[in-house]
Design a protein around this ligand. Structure first.
Ligand code: UD1
Ligand code: PEP
Length: 427
């Protein structure tokens, strides 16, 4: 596997950066291609990421004729006249998000057998809310030998209240409801921009989804769905990561075509820390101060501060003047990067889901390993400001969600390279 080497301390990022389509949008969009029984779903602005390749393999296995032209970032998914009901372990176990194929399969076939996705390093990630919603729609759910089996002669519309506004459950249930008999209402639904993107594609495919982006989504079932054209929404987490990078390095970076509406909580916190944001016709310009000020952050479902920006924000807090707090309320185990950051001199006290960070200008480069996707980006950001050399290992996490991350930072002036790691370095 590769490693990234960052030589930090003097970097001041400058220039402009292009942002890809969102990983967290495109994965459910790919699952939605299973719902079309005729025509082609054409997706543009598709990010070139390992998670996308894995989801492509799963939907292809299930019966969609899919091609991915990486040069144009376009996927063409030819409708499966029929699709398979069985999503096997070898595909689902590789990626948590693959559970969102269950709603479309169940909706089309009246039956689904999907391997249990399991947890991951940031938490146990149960799927009880997804399954409870399917049951309310008339599905019988059983668990056997690591698989969840669902069957329903007629999936029917239902009134579903989610105990927590789960992104995945909202997406799965929305898709299940598209071909169900009657009307489904999802209350306390997730409101993330990726939910809106999915609803937009579903409607282009012939579904009748209203209210996405609010806490109540209403879906009227239709008889069949067809092909459509759709461009994947911009990745607000990638955009946010570059905002933090500019903020930490006294930078001046134009984030091309950034959508401030999607990054309100982050922009608000960075502004509190002394960062300037200028809305320009080509995007948002981010200007970092001489020294960031401390701030207190708590992660929440959208429109609260996103848990997917938590690690990157702790990197900014690590170099801010004064004491900051970070409270993680969405995932129970998302502070592993702080242990790695300690190796670089981070002053942090962790009490359960709360971290007290004392900012310093004395961070030193070190060898660190990515513990999850956003941790990998956060460690690289910290490497930009630490004195000396930082080596970041386990880049398989980074490749799940960032396309050409080091090239983009390099183009902004970072001293960074990606090289092959020796086997013995990786442990
Ligand atoms: C591919 C994708 O889009 N991933 C995003 C999605 O993940 P994902 O869809 O898995 O996240 P959820 O919103 O479902 O999970 C949020 C919380 O709810 C809990 N929960 C969820 C479902 C359930 O049935 N029961 C339950 O208890 C989870 O364990 C977690 O603690 O939203 C998360 C929260 O914004 C982001 O961090 C992920 O990047
Ligand atoms: C946690 C994330 O993704 P996933 O849900 O795919 O693990 C993320 O994008 O930060």
């Amino acid at each position: 596997m590769d490693k990234i080497i960052v030589k930090g301390g003097k970097t001041r990022l400058q220039g402009e950066v292009e942002i890809e389509g969102a990983k967290n949008a495109v994965l459910p969009l790919l699952a939605a291609t299973l719902l079309a029984s005729e025509g082609e779903v054409q997706l543009g602005n598709v990010p070139i990421l390992s998670d996308v390749f894995m989801m492509n393999n799963l939907v292809k296995h299930l019966g969609v004729k899919l091609t991915f032209d990486q040069s144009t970032k376009q996927i063409i998914a030819g409708a499966g006249k029929t699709i398979k009901s069985n999503a096997p372990y070898e595909y689902v176990s590789k990626m948590r998000a693959s559970i969102v194929v269950m709603g479309p399969i169940l909706s089309r076939n009246g039956a689904a057998r999907v391997s249990m996705p399991g947890g991951c390093s940031i938490g146990s990630r149960p799927i009880d809310l997804h399954l409870r919603g399917f049951e309310l729609m008339g599905a019988k759910i059983t668990q056997k030998a690591g698989y969840i089996e669902a069957s329903a002669e007629h999936l029917r519309g239902a009134q579903i209240y989610l105990d927590f506004p789960s992104v995945g459950a909202t997406q799965n249930l929305m898709m299940a409801a598209t071909l169900a008999d009657g009307t489904t209402t999802i209350e306390n639904a997730a409101r993330e921009p990726e939910i809106v993107d999915l609803a937009n594609l579903l409607n282009k495919m012939g579904a009748r989804v209203r209210g996405a982006g609010t806490d109540t989504i209403v879906i009227k079932g239709v008889k069949a769905m067809h092909g459509a054209h759709h461009s994947v929404v911009q990745d607000r987490i990638e955009a946010g990561t570059f905002m933090v990078a500019a903020a930490m390095t006294k930078g001046d970076v134009l984030i091309k075509d950034a959508i401030s509406e999607h990054n309100r909580p982050l922009i608000s916190k960075l502004t509190e820390m002394g960062v300037r944001f200028i809305e320009e016709p080509e995007g948002i310009r981010v200007i970092g101060p001489e020294r960031l000020k401390a701030t207190n952050v708590k992660t929440l479902p959208h429109p609260g501060f996103p848990t997917d920006m938590q690690s990157q924000m702790t990197a900014a807090q690590a170099v801010a003047k004064g004491e900051s707090t970070m409270i993680e309320t969405v995932f129970e185990n998302r502070f592993q990067h702080l242990e790695e950051m300690r190796r670089m001199g981070l002053n942090v006290e962790i009490t359960r889901n709360s971290a007290l960070i004392e900012g310093t200008t004395q961070l030193q480069g070190a060898a660190v390993k990515s513990t999850d996707l956003r941790a990998s980006a956060a460690l690289i950001l910290l490497g930009l400001v630490a004195q000396g050399e930082t080596e970041v290992f386990k880049l398989n996490h980074l490749d799940r969600g960032y396309y050409q991350f080091h090239e983009k930072l390099k183009a902004l002036g970072a001293n960074i390279e990606r090289v092959k790691a020796d086997e013995d370095e990786e442990e």
